[in-house]
Design a protein around this ligand. Structure first.
Ligand SMILES: [Zn+2]
Length: 186
């Protein structure tokens, strides 16, 4: 049975990006809970790093995933700072990081995101720059669904309903990476 760790970014004293009423830590949790629901429905074992509004450091998150021996670590975020796109950062040390990135990217485009930038970033020592994908022992990705301070992106991320649609899209991408039929996810 496949095991996935879903990591809703930020939490507790760390709100992440904030724009008006939109708070990244709340959005990421809504998306992750919806994603979990779809994965569970398809027989995937899901580990959530948090279900509540609590603070977790990056190393607590990666340690949870490592101890669970998950197949994939999926960290869910939003962006701020004036772009109009999604982004997915994938770990460099294993080919499946890019595969699942492409699957999820396709699904996010299908729900109306105009562009998804996919990339990795290497340290001088050749390892991943971002701790969430570097310190996890499995294929790991960081999904930045949309820019919460962008007018266009706001149309697809600002409501709970929209956020649940992101959760379903991410689930579809994960399921298709695992070769599990996801045509019943609407
Ligand atoms: Zn974030």
């Amino acid at each position: 049975m496949y095991k996935i760790t879903l990591d809703p970014g930020h939490g507790g004293s760390d709100p992440g990006g904030v724009y008006g009423d939109l708070i990244e830590k709340d959005i990421t949790l809504t998306i992750a809970v919806e994603c979990e629901k779809e994965l569970l429905r398809h027989g995937i074992k899901v580990q959530m790093t948090r279900y509540t509004d609590k603070y977790l450091g990056l190393s607590q998150r990666t340690t949870m995933a490592n101890n669970n021996m998950s197949d994939y670590f999926i960290s869910i975020h939003c962006n701020v700072g004036g772009g109009d796109r999604g982004e997915i950062i994938y770990s460099i040390y294993n080919g499946k990081g890019l595969e699942i990135t492409n699957k999820i990217s396709n699904e996010i485009m299908n729900i109306g995101q105009t562009q998804v930038k996919t990339y990795n970033r290497m340290n001088k020592n050749g390892r991943d720059y971002f701790p969430l994908v570097r310190d996890t022992i499995m294929d790991a990705i960081i999904i930045k669904c949309a820019f919460i301070d962008n007018e266009e992106d706001n149309k697809i991320i600002s409501t709970i309903e929209n956020q649940k649609i992101f959760g379903k899209a991410i689930a579809k991408g994960i399921l298709s990476q695992l070769d599990i039929d996801c045509t019943d996810v609407d």
